[in-house]
Design a protein around this ligand. Structure first.
Ligand code: NAD
Length: 424
């Protein structure tokens, strides 16, 4: 008889959501009681205080987390989020999804996630550097290239990864590029990593459009979030010939039936940092963007934006989940009953990021570097394989695509835990 201590540590809507997804998948594959809860709950969690000197001489203490959900299948792997809304429960949920994602696409990794409660746009460059370095400093005893390998997520980028790598390397006494992925090329970053998540999203969208026999030149796309993932997805889909009719960030959303010029939007964001006052389309709300009539809807910002309220009103043919956890459990149930929407679930859809992070780590460990073409070619091979296995699982058991993807991911982690014994 297995007993679980139900902790309140991770209490939050998003953690509950990840647990419900897990429970449903575990029921679907009859995961034995003895393995269930230790596959579900995070293995270990760190909370750290991060004092930094502000530019005006004062000191502010920020709070940061790292949740290592699973270390049974390889070093833990997952991004670090800098956002004012970060909670330990959110980080835990994101760490669970990393486990299932890495497992689904066959990477030799566990799952982790990190976060700091901070609005990075309110820090100067120097303050951001001190915070990033301090976070890494506090994590040094708990991570390593064979223990846990962080990467960028919302609010963090390659410059921050470079500072973190440098902090770790100074501590060790020699350069250790494999401690983080998503670094600048000059510090051992991989060709193709910056665009990897968006390139993967766009590649899968192209494949699913082909399955639906919709020519990509006829596809219209609405994208929420214009950061790393949203903007790279937009650029790659535009390259494939699709028309991007709406984009947004946290400051504004824009619609243009004739198609938004993505290069112009990218140049605008490079100079202005945000989309506010962009003149490439009519201004709409982020809520309206999600309900636009389009072929492909791409949430690429926060979790839980597709809810039971807007799910019945979605007018897309494909919902491509570039963000992690954009669809609530209730919305998922509604979408399951709608034959007119194909969901590409997050653990498959945005896996391009961690796949190329894996390539970066392999290159760092070998000190042998690959070309961009080689990276993207290898990425697409893994995505094709993962898509095929999800479609097979979906057909074989009559699962939804999300359930197919999650059951595949969860089963492998559970198998590894069962094979290793009780400790890992
Ligand atoms: P980012 O910080 O580069 O960009 C986030 C974007 O979302 C920004 O444009 C921001 O303005 C926008 N945004 C924030 N709040 C918003 C709101 N309330 N409404 C509309 N837009 C809002 O982050 P990112 O790396 O592009 O990550 C985006 C999502 O993709 C996250 O869910 C992340 O977990 C997921 N993801 C990222 C990667 C990666 O490699 N970076 C990999 C897999 C998944």
């Amino acid at each position: 008889m297995s007993k679980v201590i139900i902790s309140t540590l991770y209490n939050s809507d998003v953690f509950t959501m990840a647990c419900r997804q897990f429970d449903k998948a575990a029921d679907a594959i009859n995961l034995p009681e003895a393995i269930r809860d230790r596959t579900k709950y995070p293995r270990r969690t760190f909370a750290v205080a991060l004092p930094i000197r502000r530019d005006d001489g004062s000191v502010t203490v920020f709070e940061g987390y790292r949740v290592q959900h699973n270390l049974s299948t390889g070093p833990a792997k997952g991004g670090i989020r800098f956002h004012q809304g970060v909670t330990i429960g959110e980080v835990a949920a994101l760490s669970m999804w990393m486990s299932w994602k890495c497992s689904l696409v066959g990477l030799p990794y566990g799952g982790a996630k990190g976060g700091v409660i901070v609005n990075p746009s309110q820090l100067s460059e120097g303050e951001l550097e001190r915070l990033s370095r301090r976070y890494m400093q506090e994590m040094i005893p708990f991570i390593g290239p064979h223990v846990d390998v962080p990467a960028p997520d919302m609010g963090t980028n390659e410059k921050i990864m470079g500072w973190m790598m440098d902090t770790y390397s100074n501590h060790i006494g020699h350069i250790v590029p494999g401690i983080v992925t998503g670094k600048p090329l000059a510090l051992g970053g991989s060709q193709g990593r910056r665009e990897a998540t968006g390139a993967g999203v766009a590649y899968l969208v192209k494949k699913y459009l082909a399955d639906l026999k919709i020519p990509i030149e006829k596809a219209t796309v609405a994208i929420q979030g214009f950061g790393n993932v949203g903007s790279e997805t937009a650029a790659a889909l535009e390259n494939y010939g699709a028309k991007i009719i709406a984009i947004s960030d946290h400051t504004a959303a824009f619609y243009n039936a004739k198609g938004i010029n993505i290069q112009k939007a990218l140049a605008y964001v490079r100079s202005q940092k945000v989309l506010h006052n962009f003149d490439g389309g009519e201004e709409i709300t982020n809520a309206k963007l999600l309900e636009l009539k389009c072929t492909v809807l791409v949430p690429a910002a926060l979790e839980r934006v597709i809810t039971h309220e807007n799910a019945p009103r979605l007018k897309c043919r494909i919902l491509a989940e570039a963000a992690n956890g954009p669809t609530t459990n209730q919305a998922d149930k509604i979408i399951d009953t709608r034959d007119d929407i194909e969901v590409i679930p997050d653990v498959l859809c945005n896996s391009g990021g961690v796949i190329v992070s894996y390539f970066e780590w392999c290159q760092n460990l070998q000190n042998f570097y690959w070309s961009r073409d080689e990276v993207l070619q290898k990425l697409f091979v893994i995505l094709d394989r993962a898509k095929d296995s999800v479609e097979l699982q979906k057909r074989k058991f009559k699962f939804s695509r999300r359930l197919a993807a999650l059951t595949l991911g969860i089963q492998r982690v559970a198998d590894a835990k069962a094979a290793r014994g009780l400790f890992p």
